[in-house]
Design a protein around this ligand. Structure first.
Ligand SMILES: *Cc1c(COP(=O)(O)O)cnc(C)c1O
Length: 368
């Protein structure tokens, strides 16, 4: 082929992923949508599955470990998968306003999708406990924010009652459409690997995502799209581990604010997923979370938020239980840029200050 022909072909061909129209379009037959459903999308989904050898090497035994990097969704967390469904269905029902309680990511996602669908978005957040990036998003997307003197669990109680009494749609993960949208992450993993993994490691807050993944894995398994089901390995922060301790926590505390939840609404469903999958729930300390967070950053170039690193911290904690030659997927639920304070306060980088603006001083600081 001549150069000019090649050049012409290059400029007329479309990029490969140009035909991705979001997860509702991609998985329509698996989702509760009809021809009448207006699809509100920011082309969420189709996030990468990235091999993380630094973690596999720490485990050994010939295992392969992957990160499902869902922090690359349009608003930076997996919440977008559920929100495209919840907001599309709310729009279909003629709803004009939505509300949620949020540790931050739900409010960012709800605001973005609600605004795209021409609706008002009200978000109730625990004052002082929402990471800065998430707050910035809710503000830019034009959410109406109500910061309460109370934690997430209290906020959720209030919005549940409110949405029962007023014409406003609740978009927390008690909304069944949320879990329907979120289950598509399991479909994508099976399509990438050609099978379900042996283990799925995932952080748990309200435990909606683990429930959704299990639903997705089961649906594809029973449709013969995978040969096996994974064990569902759920992780909580040790100061906020109601599902591990088997009781509600009235004052949950952890650096991983996205999973700072003491009374998970999807508790029963998550326990069922654990039982059916022969899975396991464990807790990890904030120190273990930050250790995993740093490894992902400086050894893999993957910046996730602390809550997400709980999945990797949990895997490292259970490394003795990992079967030989197994394939493991850790879900990285949110983007590291969401929580810049955490990054700035928890890193091992060398930061030279007061450097004279000349080559000699710089070279000296560099250690040459
Ligand atoms: C919401 C969230 C979680 C917890 O998901 P649940 O469905 O509530 O268990 C974990 N990580 C991040 C980053 C989140 O935004």
């Amino acid at each position: 082929m001549s150069f000019s022909k090649k050049l012409k072909q290059f400029f007329t061909s479309k990029p490969k992923n140009n035909n991705w129209d979001g997860l509702i379009e991609a998985y329509k037959p698996w989702l509760p949508v009809t021809k009448k459903t207006p699809i509100i999308t920011l082309k969420e989904g189709a996030t990468p599955l990235i091999e993380i050898k630094s973690i596999a090497n720490r485990i050994g035994k010939g295992v392969k470990v992957y990160a499902k990097y869902d922090g690359l969704n349009p608003t930076g967390s997996f919440k977008d998968r559920g929100m495209t469904m919840a907001i599309s269905k709310a729009k279909e029902d003629g709803c004009e306003a939505v509300i949620c309680a949020s540790t931050g990511n739900t409010s960012a996602s709800a605001a973005a999708y609600a605004k795209r669908g021409g609706m008002r978005a009200f978000v109730v957040i625990p004052d002082g406990y929402v990471a800065q990036g998430k707050l910035a998003q809710a503000l830019v997307y034009g959410a109406e924010i109500l910061a309460i003197k109370g934690n997430f669990d209290k906020a959720l109680d209030i919005v549940r009652e409110l949405s029962n009494k007023y014409p406003i749609t609740l978009v927390n993960s008690v909304n069944p459409y949320r879990l329907q949208g979120q289950k598509t992450a399991a479909f994508e993993i099976i399509e990438n690997l050609g099978n379900a993994p042996d283990w799925l490691c995932i952080p748990m807050g309200n435990a909606g995502n683990i429930t959704a993944y299990w639903m997705g894995f089961e649906e594809y398994f029973y449709a013969n799209k995978s040969k096996q089901l994974p064990r569902m390995m759920g992780f909580q922060a040790s100061g906020s581990a109601p599902l591990v301790e088997g009781k509600s926590i009235s004052n949950p505390e952890t650096i991983a604010t996205a999973i700072r939840i003491g009374n998970p609404v999807n508790k029963e469903k998550a326990l069922l997923a654990r039982e059916s999958s022969k899975g396991k729930f464990s807790s990890v300390t904030d120190l273990e979370i930050i250790n995993a967070y740093k490894i992902l950053g400086k050894e893999e170039g993957i910046f996730c938020e602390p809550a997400s690193a709980a999945s990797v911290a949990g895997l490292l904690k259970l490394k003795n239980d990992v079967p030989k030659n197994s394939t493991i997927v850790c879900v990285l639920t949110g983007n590291g840029l969401k929580d810049p304070d955490c990054a700035i306060n928890n890193n091992d980088s060398i930061f030279h200050t007061d450097v004279e603006p000349d080559m000699n001083s710089i070279i000296k600081k560099m250690g040459f």
